[in-house]
Design a protein around this ligand. Structure first.
Ligand code: SF4
Ligand code: SF4
Length: 113
């Protein structure tokens, strides 16, 4: 039976992500439009207009940015969930880059949202 694919509004997917060795990894940095207390988006109705990095559900599924237990992806066969935490070393590496998420190499600064 197919699981309920409704978003539970946990806010976890609203944290910035980077690519490390080809794998999506969550950073501890929330989107500037996320209310971290309520875990709700403060611009929800206009989010794609105001924040172009905000992915649609379809795009997010395709790019495998949702946590593995998110209802949107939990029953998708072969879905590869992101790693949910950076290592200390990776965090330090990000800190040394120009701008919080720029740079090339092992850690790619391309933001995924
Ligand atoms: S991780 Fe899934 S359940 Fe949580 S806010 Fe994102 S889409 Fe909704
Ligand atoms: S703009 Fe998108 S990523 Fe940012 S808080 Fe709203 S839904 Fe989340």
């Amino acid at each position: 039976m197919r699981k309920n694919r409704e978003c539970k509004k946990c806010g976890r997917c609203c944290y910035y992500k980077i690519i490390v060795d080809g794998v999506v990894v969550y950073t501890p940095y929330p989107c500037e439009y996320l209310d971290v207390e309520t875990r709700l988006c403060t611009i929800y109705d206009r989010r794609h207009e105001i924040h172009p990095l905000c992915a649609t559900a379809e795009d997010g599924i395709k790019r495998e940015i949702f946590p593995g237990d998110c209802p949107l992806v939990a029953d998708i066969p072969g879905y590869r969930p992101p790693r949910m935490k950076l290592t200390m070393r990776e965090l330090h590496e990000i800190g040394r880059l120009e701008g919080p998420f720029s740079g090339k190499g092992r850690i790619s600064g391309k933001l995924k949202k």
